[in-house]
Design a protein around this ligand. Structure first.
Ligand code: FES
Length: 269
């Protein structure tokens, strides 16, 4: 087991192209600081983690303090301060997945890969991590590779999965795109599409079963006009939808800003 990948991410400095892309992200938002989350994903895609250089660069572009950027980078578990392997393998060990076999999958992978939680294999191929519920409980137990789902796994299927990744074989998610690498997935999360968004099936049988039952029985979600509990009785459907969009955007902005706003809320390492 090692906690460093063979390639030191410091070997990949933030060059002019990345700097331009970071500034482009900052320009996509009415308030530039809203771009911090995708900017940190872009740093990870280039450097394999959130480096000190990445923190300093984001802070400079967004006119934030390094402490504010660091607070965000250490608050969310998708941001990594240690070098990552080629692939991130997340085993859901939250309640439902755990009782359906997630704990056993995680323990077997630890033994097979000779790593512990949040550690990288000696060949730099796999970083293994326990992850929380990924809202795929109807497919429990779930394993994720670079945030693509692999449903209803067993210890044996999970070991086969990591061996195929290590061998560089073509691996595709049963509900998503072909697996590339963690860094490439991070670039997509930063907001730079790779053209794979519609690749592969978008939904699995467990999810579609609910839709099928609803259609068979004629069940429909109530319209906004029928929903008398919202207090929107005088609005048109379009006005209510626009208001809901605005409220969601505002709440997301508050959620993005809150960790950096909490002075001393997280430690840099
Ligand atoms: S508990 Fe594993 S996806 Fe929800």
């Amino acid at each position: 087991m090692v906690t460093q990948t063979p390639t030191d991410p410091a070997d990949t400095p933030i060059g002019p192209t990345t700097l331009a892309e970071l500034k482009e992200l900052a320009g996509r938002y009415p308030q530039a600081r809203s771009a911090l989350l995708p900017m940190l994903h872009l740093v990870q895609s280039v450097q394999g983690r959130v480096t000190t250089e990445g923190i300093e660069t984001c802070a400079r572009i967004l006119d934030l303090t390094e402490a504010e950027v660091s607070a965000v980078a250490t608050f969310y578990t998708m941001y990594k301060r240690r070098p990552m392997g080629t692939h991130h393998v997340g085993v859901c060990t939250n309640t439902l997945c755990a009782v359906m076999g997630g704990d056993e999958i995680f323990e077997r992978l630890c033994g097979h890969l000779d790593v512990g939680n949040d550690e990288t294999t000696a060949d730099g191929a796999i970083t293994l991590e326990r992850v929380e519920c990924n809202a795929a409980c109807d497919f429990a137990p779930v394993v994720m590779v670079n945030w693509e789902f692999f449903d209803q796994q067993t210890p044996e299927s999970a070991i086969d999965l990591v061996e195929r990744l290590r061998a560089g074989e073509r691996v595709a998610s049963p509900r998503g795109a072909q697996i590339t690498s963690w860094r490439e997935a991070e670039r997509v999360l930063a907001g730079f599409e790779d053209g794979r968004v519609d690749e592969g099936p978008a939904a699995g049988e467990a999810s579609l079963a609910g839709l099928r039952i609803a259609q068979e029985r004629g069940w429909q979600a109530p319209s906004l006009e029928e929903d008398s509990g919202t207090g929107r009785g005088g609005e048109t459907k379009q006005e209510a939808a626009a208001e809901a969009d605005t409220q969601r955007a505002e709440s997301e902005t508050v959620a993005e800003q809150s960790p950096a706003d909490v002075e001393g809320g997280a430690d840099d390492d």
